[in-house]
Design a protein around this ligand. Structure first.
Ligand SMILES: *[C@@H]1O[C@H](CO)[C@@H](O)[C@H](O)[C@H]1NC(C)=O
Ligand SMILES: *[C@@H]1O[C@H](CO)[C@@H](O)[C@H](O)[C@H]1NC(C)=O
Ligand SMILES: *[C@@H]1O[C@H](CO)[C@@H](O)[C@H](O)[C@H]1NC(C)=O
Ligand SMILES: *[C@@H]1O[C@H](CO)[C@@H](O)[C@H](O)[C@H]1NC(C)=O
Ligand SMILES: *[C@@H]1O[C@H](CO)[C@@H](O)[C@H](O)[C@H]1NC(C)=O
Ligand SMILES: *[C@@H]1O[C@H](CO)[C@@H](O)[C@H](O)[C@H]1NC(C)=O
Length: 414
């Protein structure tokens, strides 16, 4: 009996949080057609079925709130106390937010529809706390700033992401792919940059109306747009404020391009290897000992079995060898040693020259495979192409095309 009273008291007490939240919400919104007339003090939102409100019958907590097409205006601030909401739909009203919408109190939310309102500010904060989110529709509002793609791609159940007709800017950076995403729309924003490969399965209309997006499935090619960091771009356009002779300008441009190339290679490399250096060593210290011809010794000498065939992954432009054994028995010239590993020039039996990088530290095999496959698919004039890699338990070898122009280090520093 006592227990029952306790539970009754407890659940009513909890329920009153929602009750108060709904009433203060009602107080704070402008309701031109008096749609919320059933929301009155003397009744119970769960028992007397308030308009748009659904409760869990046993806990008496509000789990769904659906207020669509009612021309309501005001702030949604007091709804944050409805911490057991699973569905919130405020489609097609005139709600607004004075600052960024904070979603973190709705951790059970599965469906959030805020389309066609007057919400502004940056992308709602706390999105990563909504681990159960299935559908998110923020379209036709005034949100601005970048889309936190990384956080969104980490939501395990997200099926719908509709962000069209806002003012989102920046790139659609994201390497990971939503496995389950089926409905995606970022059209009519101010996004720029390349569309990540995994997104190109969505139709053109998901991306249209963003002046500066390029890549599949859009017609505009990214190939002749250089993805240079803004500062360097600026430098190229306005090399110096002083007038310089064309020759000097050309030289500066050339040096910049080489530097960008080095930076791109280094950054790409660092980012999958070390999540970027923390100690500030940006470039590899090349201790070049050219001329000394050696052989790439197998690291675990006893293991001469031909297991390598299945672990050698080859990409476009790979020729001259079929097995990692072909590389290991060719003569190799040490090109340099660096933070990442040791680099050799290898001439295969057929006379083809490749560069083999033996990586020193290893992450778990599963981690690097995906990255290496992405890198192996990159072909660009300013990026040295990865043509194959060999990833076994004890060894990671990266095989690059050979560039005959000598050492980048000496080209840069003379
Ligand atoms: C509504 O509730 C408040 C307290 O929250 C109370 O002061 C007020 O009298 C109530 N109004 C009605 C009409 O019941
Ligand atoms: C919606 O409300 C605004 C005022 O907030 C009013 O001007 C407009 O006519 C209303 N529209 C409808 C369809 O009720
Ligand atoms: C969002 O709300 C949560 C609590 O509900 C709070 O801890 C957090 O600091 C808020 N975040 C921002 C950016 O205001
Ligand atoms: C994306 O949104 C735009 C604008 O509302 C619409 O025209 C287009 O059909 C939508 N595309 C998809 C794939 O949902
Ligand atoms: C970029 O490529 C497109 C065709 O793909 C071409 O029309 C355009 O002129 C090129 N722009 C530059 C700056 O080369
Ligand atoms: C680099 O080598 C290629 C051919 O291997 C040559 O066409 C090019 O002019 C060289 N560039 C420089 C800067 O030496």
């Amino acid at each position: 009996m006592l227990l029952m009273i306790y539970f009754l008291f407890f659940s009513l007490g909890q329920c009153s949080v929602d009750f108060n939240a709904l009433l203060s919400f009602k107080d704070s919104v402008f309701d031109p057609s008096n749609s919320l007339s059933s929301w009155v003090n003397s009744s119970n939102p769960c028992i007397d079925s308030w308009y748009g409100v659904t409760c869990n019958p046993s806990t008496h907590r509000v789990t769904r709130l659906v207020l669509e097409n009612l021309n309501l205006s005001g702030s949604t601030h007091s709804l944050h106390h409805l911490s057991y909401l699973r569905l919130l739909s405020l489609k097609n009203n005139r709600f607004f937010s004075s600052s960024a919408v904070n979603l973190s109190s709705w951790r059970y939310l599965r469906h959030l529809y805020l389309r066609q309102n007057l919400f502004s500010g940056t992308f709602p904060v706390g999105i990563s706390t909504l681990r159960r989110l299935h559908r998110l529709d923020l379209s036709h509002n005034n949100f601005h700033g970048e889309i936190p793609m990384t956080e969104l791609t980490q939501l395990p159940f997200l099926l719908t992401l509709r962000l069209e007709s806002n003012s989102f800017t920046g790139p659609l950076n994201s390497i990971a792919s939503f496995s389950s995403m089926s409905d995606f729309n970022v059209s009519e924003n101010k996004l720029s940059g390349e569309i990540p490969a995994w997104m190109s399965r969505f139709p053109v209309s998901s991306f249209e109306g963003n002046g500066d997006l390029c890549g599949q499935p859009l017609q505009s090619d990214c190939f002749n747009r250089t993805a240079l960091p803004a500062t360097i771009k600026k430098k190229i356009r306005h090399p110096q404020s002083k007038r310089l002779s064309n020759g000097v300008v050309l030289m500066i441009v050339a040096v910049d391009v080489v530097a960008v190339m080095a930076a791109l290679v280094t950054i790409t490399w660092c980012c999958y290897k070390y999540k970027c250096f923390s100690d500030g060593t940006q470039t590899e210290a090349m201790e070049t000992k050219s001329g000394s011809t050696t052989k790439l010794q197998r690291r675990s000498g006893s293991r001469e079995v031909e297991i390598e065939a299945e672990e050698l992954v080859m990409f476009e432009g790979c020729k001259g060898f079929r097995k990692v054994g072909d590389l290991l028995k060719s003569s190799a010239e040490l090109l340099g040693k660096g933070n990442v590993g040791t680099t050799y020039k290898v001439v295969t039996d057929g006379g083809d020259m490749v560069v083999v990088k033996r990586v020193r530290q290893r992450r778990r095999r599963r981690d690097v495979d995906g990255w290496l496959r992405i890198m192996g698919g990159l072909r660009h004039a300013n990026i040295v192409g990865l043509i194959a890699y060999y990833n076994s338990k004890d060894e990671l070898l990266l095989v690059y095309e050979f560039l005959s122009n000598g050492s980048l280090h000496s080209l840069l520093h003379g």
